[in-house]
Design a protein around this ligand. Structure first.
Ligand code: SF4
Ligand code: SF4
Length: 470
């Protein structure tokens, strides 16, 4: 049991030493702008890049992929399920069009009729792969919404992900993702969020807020991951996490050799890096004897961690939970004492933890524990619309128009609820909502669920952060 310095004055409001999220967003936007210049240039000749892309698709095509590529009946049901098609009306953004190039490779290289397809279809060129880059990185957030309506059960998001792998092999990752992929590959961190940055953040939180963070305990029941955004910019995120974990009184730790939730292997499509980044986290959780690994508010980290060991037959000795999933279970068990949340709110389900992860009820249990006046979005849970920034799209400068148009769907839906604030449980969604809020001068607050919970703990002092109703 950890014994942090706890304060009891529920009326007092402490001013956070960390910037508001609006300031975090402005600083982060500046850093993203620099990524384009840091991307490595292609090093291989064109023919080699094309061959590597084709080999990757052939290697990654199993029975599921073959059936999906064979079975599209072009019914068009998926078109209006996709925010990028709906927002632009441009045919190239229809989900079934995003698989065209993969289908061509399948037909020419794998299909039983490949001898025929080689006669009637063009061989794939580098220009085809270059044209596919925008479709699979900018125009698909791998949200999975189109699969919900496809009568043939085609999972376009999975096919798009294989295309991303092929484009990694062809050295065609968009520059922002390419820069972050290289940083995480060589320095095992992103945005400079080093172990030293973690230690500094832990010291700052202890010194200025009197909140203890048990770093590098040898044994702990719960291992918590952080994220680069929290370590280099949004200190309020890690502060909130620590306050809630301490309030719960659980035996927890953060490991300075395995603390990062973000996985730019998964986001870029680099399957080898994806796994390479998961391994030390799994090893650290096993070393400390964790029964639960809690993943930070980072949507894509959930599939990166939750599904990777399972895909490789791993039978893990601990459970993996997303932050809001873990806290929702604690709320249901009566372990969180929370003050009522003021004002009407709505909740945005991150695609990766919701539709593709199934964690719908736990964040709602947390909101219920705060007696929140929750109004659901017109399309919610399995049918929730992506905010437009998922799967790394938030980072891509070229995707700005697409992202902005797609975000307007989300804005209209939030407006329909009459809510004063939209609550999110993914840092990437939050950054995208913040970008949309600022750009559209939108009169809604965008709140992090874990930060709201921390600021509504009974017997703990609220912290004045951006937009928090104390
Ligand atoms: S809904 Fe399915 S079968 Fe119909 S066009 Fe889309 S991907 Fe093809
Ligand atoms: S997975 Fe989402 S973004 Fe991608 S095509 Fe389907 S609906 Fe559109």
């Amino acid at each position: 049991m950890n014994a942090p310095a706890m304060k009891t004055n529920t009326q007092a409001v402490t001013r956070s030493v960390f910037p508001t999220f609006e300031q975090v967003f402005q600083g982060f936007a500046g850093q993203i702008g620099m990524l384009r210049e840091m991307a490595p240039p292609p090093s291989l000749p064109a023919e080699r890049r094309v061959a590597r892309a084709i080999d990757t698709l052939v290697e990654e095509t199993n029975a599921d992929e073959a059936v999906w590529l064979e079975s599209c009946i072009h019914c068009g049901q998926c078109t209006n399920a996709c925010h990028f098609f709906l927002a632009t009306g441009e045919a190239k953004y229809a989900p079934m069009r995003k698989m065209d190039l993969y289908r061509r490779v399948y037909q020419r290289e794998i299909s039983p009729l490949r001898w025929w397809y080689r006669l009637v279809t063009r061989a794939v060129q580098l220009a085809d792969l270059e044209a596919a880059q925008e479709l699979v990185y900018d125009a698909c957030s791998e949200c999975g919404r189109c699969a919900m309506v496809c009568p043939m059960g085609i999972d376009t998001a999975s096919l798009v992900h294989h295309m991303r792998s092929a484009l990694v092999a062809a050295e065609l990752v968009p520059p922002e993702l390419a820069a972050l992929r290289m940083e995480q590959k060589h320095r095992h961190t992103v945005f400079g969020a080093s172990a030293e940055a973690l230690r500094t953040m832990v010291e700052t939180i202890g010194e200025h807020h009197g909140v203890a963070i048990p770093l590098d305990k040898e044994r702990a029941e719960v291992m918590v991951l952080s994220s680069a955004v929290d370590l280099v910019a949004n200190g309020n995120g890690l502060l909130a996490t620590a306050r809630v974990m301490n309030h719960l009184g659980v035996d927890w730790t953060i490991c300075s050799d395995a603390y990062e939730s973000a996985n730019f292997g998964l986001l870029s499509g680099d399957m080898a890096l994806w796994e390479e980044l998961v391994d030390p986290i799994v090893a650290a959780a096993e070393r400390v004897g964790a029964k639960t690994l809690v993943i930070a508010e980072c949507g894509h980290a959930y599939p990166a961690l939750r599904w990777n060991p399972m895909l490789h037959g791993g039978d893990l000795p601990f459970e993996m939970s997303f932050m809001s999933e873990y806290l929702g279970r604690q709320a249901r068990a009566g372990n969180l004492r929370l003050r009522p949340l003021k004002g009407r709110v709505t909740f945005h389900d991150p695609c990766k933890t919701g539709r593709r992860g199934g964690a719908f009820e736990e964040p709602r249990a947390l909101l219920a524990a705060m007696d929140a006046d929750l109004v659901e979005l017109p399309a919610n849970k399995e049918y929730n619309w992506c905010c437009g920034g998922g799967a790394g799209i938030f980072l891509l400068e070229r995707a700005t128009r697409l992202r902005d148009e797609a975000f307007k769907i989300k804005m209209r839906q939030v407006d329909e609820t009459g809510a004063e604030a939209v609550i999110v449980s993914c840092a990437s969604c939050r950054l995208n909502f913040e970008a949309g809020r600022v750009k559209n001068q939108w009169n809604k607050r965008v709140e992090s669920l874990v930060e709201l919970v921390a600021d509504h703990l009974i017997d703990d002092e609220p912290v004045r952060a951006e937009g928090v109703a104390a």
